[in-house]
Write a protein that binds this ligand. Sequence first.
Ligand code: UDX
Length: 449
Amino acid sequence: MEEQGQKCRRVVLVPCPYQGHITPMLQLGSILHSKGLSITVVHTQFNSPNPSLRPEFDFRSLPDGVPDHIISTANLVDTIALINVNCLAPFRKCLDQMMEQHGQYGEIVCIIYDELMYFSEAAANQLKLKSMILRTTSAATLTARVAIFRLKEEGYIPLKDTILHDPVPWLHPLRFKDLPVPGIQISESLLQLITNMYKIRTSSAVIWNTTDCLEKSVLTELQQQCQVPNFPLGPLPKIAPSSSSGLFKEDTSCIAWLNNQAHKSVIYVSLGSIASIDNRELVEMAWGLANSKQPFLWVVRPTSINGTEETDLLPEGFKEAVGENGCIVKWAPQKEVLAHSAIGGFWSHCGWNSVLESICEGVPMICRPCFGDQWVNAGYVSQVWKIGLELGNKLDREEMEKTVRRLMVEKEGGEIRHRIKNLRKEIELSITKGGSSYKSLSELLELIN
Ligand code: UDX
């Protein structure tokens, strides 16, 4: 251990075990480590991060007791609820041990937990340790999630098709279709989860992977409702030293393919680590991309097609039709891809990390949200920041081909590209001295120390 024998100050991080949550937590850890703090990551056995990717951190695993059959993306809410029940006692024990070995590990100055891992706060309280919440989604997502209670009370749920394009009266500028409302009904367990993640309880601060230049008004409103300081210090992918935190093995061969493509000609297509689509949509995507004639880099993740583990589901004749014009991988080094000069657009499910990474590289988007916060993010990308295009409901090849061409070659795409470049500049200013995110990070460090 790097600080052995020295007095060190240690922050314990508790990520939620999904890629889109592990990434920002480890990015925050890298930032805190670069400021002289020691880092321990306490994680579940399920989806455990690879310690060799962060040799500078100490990793500890908790028995989560979640049975294999429940671990599926369809069961996210149940999985999270079970982890919160099962991990409290082992986490408390783990902290006890670290505190006993104080001489070796240094003083625990703070526990930072993903908003979904709220058992951490109970353990921190029992041991009188300071705790803080990391919110890994956009601020607008939190307000939209909380709005579900009111929508339910006022009889809007289940949402009727006729109102989907109307604005939600008290959530301007979101439309009903942008709400993170899954399926037909809202389960009691989901409402309970939202309540638990929204509550601050006794934590002493809320850290946000967002920034004033993206969400100033929502952040101001949330701070007014909150008793403790909020630190919007993102975007983390821009501030953290770049390194992989992957649960999946990256196929870097696509970089050599990108090196042979023209400047800003390639559309990158990825639906993140969890989202899945049906086979019909996959086939339409394939032909939409092929017919657009734009070069494309497409991440087709095994398990990204509903109800099958098969990996080769691309339609017959497709690979021959596109030849060298397309590159297909199972998992890409996304940050590197988005930073590549050949990339001109990102067809995305609008997971919050993907949206931030795209903005940080000035890459305009095509939005194909699949669930939860992705609808809210897509609403902001297309309607508020106007840095991307929405795919319509039909999801057929003609519409996909047209949308790719609108973004990549038409005048409209040029305007969108111009807007995202400006936003990227604002973000760069926010993280440099005097900027809002820079200030938030300094204030956070003061509070931790
Ligand atoms: C999940 C939720 O689905 C998302 O809505 C929420 O905002 C965060 O948690 P995920 O679907 O995986 O995340 O999407 P996203 O937030 O975009 O995170 C995916 C991460 O995986 C990104 O950091 C991206 O760079 C990385 N990635 C994705 C790769 O490195 N390679 C790939 O091929 C695809």
